[in-house]
Design a protein. Structure first.
Length: 224
């Protein structure tokens, strides 16, 4: 079915970052080209002086720094982050390299309207160092997953995955580079589907065009 069937008004998006913001840039580019029916209304970082804030400023997107080190505990940081996000009245919150474990109260508040991207084929390799762990496990395929965020770390319903073949001469750096190129393709796609009303979460499962997605989500194969 053509995407033109799903023309819609832009939805309001807040993006949370902790670093360079390469996935943020993919979303900014999609917004600028009108391919994504979104308006990024704010970019919020928990770390100062990261390049993602520069990317946002160069695109004339409002930025906020909320340094987690200035808060006594995780709960107080998350409460302030929630207040900051809500001041922008977003339809969707996008985690783009946001390196914080979120409290259950926070994830519940945005349940069904918060997406994350994780560099593995979930449920495999939750957490960190995914590329080396995939190599150590002698996986034949690796990849990246866009999922809805729940209280379980990297455990929410999968919406979309891109698989890449693990090559004989791969190391963690080369594998990460190929996986990241897929991140920049599928994250905007998942955000687009959500903005068009095609992708949603219901009863802790992901649906696309009202059809229940498999547990790994919609899957794209890339044998390179």
């Amino acid at each position: 079915m053509s995407d033109t069937t799903y023309l819609t008004n832009p939805i309001r998006v807040v993006v949370l970052i902790s670093g360079s913001g390469s996935n943020l840039q993919a979303l900014i580019d999609g917004q600028a080209s009108k391919d994504l029916p979104i308006e990024i209304v704010a970019v919020i970082s928990n770390r100062p002086d990261v390049y993602g804030l520069t990317r946002a400023a160069e695109a004339n997107i409002p930025t906020q720094l909320l340094d987690h080190k200035a808060f006594a505990d995780r709960e107080s940081f998350d409460r302030q982050l929630m207040n900051t996000i809500d001041s922008y009245q977003p339809d969707l919150v996008v985690l783009a390299g946001f390196m914080r474990i979120l409290t259950p109260a926070f994830t519940q508040h945005y349940l069904g309207r918060m997406l994350n991207i994780h560099p593995s084929l979930l449920p495999k390799f939750q957490g960190l160092h995914t590329h080396q762990r995939a190599l150590d496990a002698k996986e034949t395929h690796h990849g990246v997953t866009v999922h809805f965020v729940t209280a379980e770390l990297d455990g929410g319903p999968c919406a979309l995955q891109a698989r890449v073949a693990v090559l004989a001469d791969d190391d963690a750096v080369s594998l990460a580079k190929r996986v990241q190129s897929q991140e920049h393709a599928i994250y905007p796609l998942a955000v687009k589907w959500f903005a068009q009303g095609r992708l949603c979460m219901c009863n802790n499962r992901a649906y696309l065009d009202s059809e229940l997605l498999p547990e790994h989500g919609y899957q794209i194969e890339n044998d390179h």
